[in-house]
Design a binder for this molecule. Structure first.
Ligand SMILES: [Zn+2]
Length: 143
């Protein structure tokens, strides 16, 4: 059996499925290589009505993502931002996934992206504190 090209944490584009899910881009929350299926956040939501069986249980509606076939999704390349087919190459003796469109290695790019988000988060905070101090200054000048 071919190896799965989709991994947990990947951004994927839904290319087929129900009308409301098609075209969505979301994050893979789980994979099932045995059945070649993936679970994507916010896609293929299945509602389950759970009835209370005991006095202390509540009757509730549980919403949960269902698995969809891995062939219904395409990996979105973090480098060129396009939904792409995945190629493989050997790097340092390991098989890595590469974007067929721009050739970027998908598996290492993700680590870089994580660092980048940390950086932007702290940058955002800095901006916010600047904003609030600017606001205070404004208030002072008004008085
Ligand atoms: Zn690419």
């Amino acid at each position: 059996m071919a190896k799965m090209n989709v991994k947990t944490g990947d951004n994927v584009l839904i290319i087929s499925g129900s009308r409301e899910d098609k075209g969505k881009i979301s994050v893979v929350s789980a994979t099932s290589p045995k059945t070649n299926k993936v679970c994507v956040e916010g896609v293929n939501i299945q509602t389950k009505h759970q009835k209370a069986r005991r006095a202390n249980e509540k009757s509730e509606i549980i919403k949960k993502e269902g698995f969809i076939d891995a062939s219904n999704v395409m990996v979105v390349c973090p480098t060129c931002n396009k939904a792409t087919r995945v190629a493989r190459k050997i790097e340092d003796g390991k098989s890595v996934r590469v974007c067929k469109k721009c050739g970027a290695v998908l598996d290492t790019e993700k680590k870089v992206a994580k660092k980048a988000t940390k950086g932007t988060a702290s940058a955002k905070k800095a901006k916010e504190s600047k904003k609030s101090s600017a606001k205070k200054a404004d208030e002072k000048s008004e008085k």
